[in-house]
Design a protein around this ligand. Structure first.
Ligand SMILES: Nc1ncnc2c1ncn2[C@@H]1O[C@H](COP(=O)(O)OP(=O)(O)OP(=O)(O)O)[C@@H](O)[C@H]1O
Length: 354
């Protein structure tokens, strides 16, 4: 659980100190006041990356030369302080008073998920977003997943470099061996997770959408071959393409309603409901396996939804154990959510409301 946060020089926030409620905290403010900046700071701490930019420089408050985000966490290991500071193009992170090499160590104890106005893109856009979300879920039920995932990514980068350099069979096939070994573990963990997630997703989706919805996990290479066979059979084509065209880095989820590809059939609002069902299913599955709740960030949950669908979404959110941090431009936007504390934000300054 995220008990509180201190922020300095992050986007429009010069300085902020907030203590959150363990069940639900509301953030009220006009457009451009700093609501999303707060959620982005929390997201950054829990995911080690920004919501919308690959450049950390852009997260710096204009004119500042560092930003700092420090979270006070309540975890199964007790109370911990986790922080990240960015300056001169470098990020330094600390957890429980120790310097750490990767923000993923913070991610392990600070599970953060987000539903924002662009959540429908999960259904509509390319596979990278869906894969990242799937991997978030696998990582949070089984932290060791990261070891195989990292090894696979490294081997993939090396095979791609070898393909671009036109290296011979010995070099390329050495990387294929490594890819096949850890890629098969990555796939197995994903497939197991997806099969546990599927019934939870289907139940949540049935409460959010008029038609029966489901998803399929696709592993990224043919079902008739092992990963080693697939890499070998695609090798000459990959040498021409100068990139690896098969493997777990091409895995995907396909959302279907009534057996038809959802992307081609459903409205924007329904895409949002499908994406929310998927995220909430992940949060519920994690709640079944982990002792502390996921911190669920809801950025303007009413966006794109009519009153009926908003009611359904809020009821589904209530049915899933989580710590909520919810933003809205109006007080009405916080109704129907389990909120026990509200901050008002204006020009990046947060004030507790009575
Ligand atoms: N690096 C930065 N330095 C200073 N200000 C920034 C920086 N990045 C964004 N801003 C400004 O921060 C302000 C708040 O943005 P934010 O997205 O947090 O608003 P919001 O309250 O979520 O608004 P909305 O309700 O419209 O979504 C904006 O005016 C934006 O221009």
């Amino acid at each position: 659980m995220l008990a509180g946060i201190d922020i300095e020089n992050f986007r429009c926030i010069a300085q902020a100190h907030l203590e959150f409620d363990s069940r639900g905290t509301g953030i009220l403010g006009n457009n451009g006041s700093g609501k999303t900046s707060l959620l982005e700071a929390i997201f950054f701490l829990g995911h080690g990356r920004s919501l919308r930019t690959n450049t950390r420089e852009k997260l710096l408050k204009r004119g500042a030369d560092f930003f700092r985000v420090v979270g006070r966490l309540e975890t199964p290991r007790g109370k911990l302080v986790a922080g990240a500071e960015y300056t001169n193009g470098q990020t330094r992170s600390r957890l429980a008073g120790q310097g750490i090499s990767s923000l993923s160590e913070i991610a392990e104890v600070l599970p953060i998920q987000l539903i924002d106005p662009s959540v429908h893109r999960l259904v509509e856009e390319g596979s990278a977003r869906r894969r990242r979300l799937l991997d978030w879920g696998v990582f949070h039920v089984k932290h060791e997943f990261l070891v195989s995932w990292r090894r696979y990514q490294r081997a993939l980068l090396q095979r791609n470099a070898a393909l671009r350099a036109g290296e011979g069979l010995a070099v390329i096939s050495a990387w294929e061996k490594e890819m096949a070994e850890c890629g098969s573990v990555v796939d197995q963990e994903r497939a197991e997770y997806a099969s546990r997630l599927k019934p939870i997703f289907e139940e949540l989706a049935s409460s959010l959408l008029p038609n029966r919805a489901s998803f399929d996990y696709r592993r990224g290479w043919s079902v008739d071959e092992s990963l080693a066979e697939s890499l070998a059979s695609k090798r000459s084509r990959d040498l021409q393409l100068r990139t690896t065209s098969t493997g777990p880095h091409r895995a995907d989820l396909t959302f279907k309603t009534e057996g038809v590809l959802a992307r081609d059939l459903v409205s924007r609002g329904q895409q949002k409901m499908l994406a929310c069902a998927f995220i909430l299913a992940q949060v519920r599955l994690r709640a079944e396996t982990a002792p502390t709740p996921t911190c669920l960030l809801l950025d303007d949950p009413a966006a794109e939804l009519d009153v009926d669908n908003l009611g359904k979404l809020l009821r589904a959110i209530e049915s899933v154990p989580s710590q909520l941090i919810v933003t809205s431009v109006t007080e009405a936007g916080l109704r129907g959510v389990n909120i026990h504390k509200v901050f008002h934000v204006e020009q990046g300054e947060f004030t507790p409301m009575l």
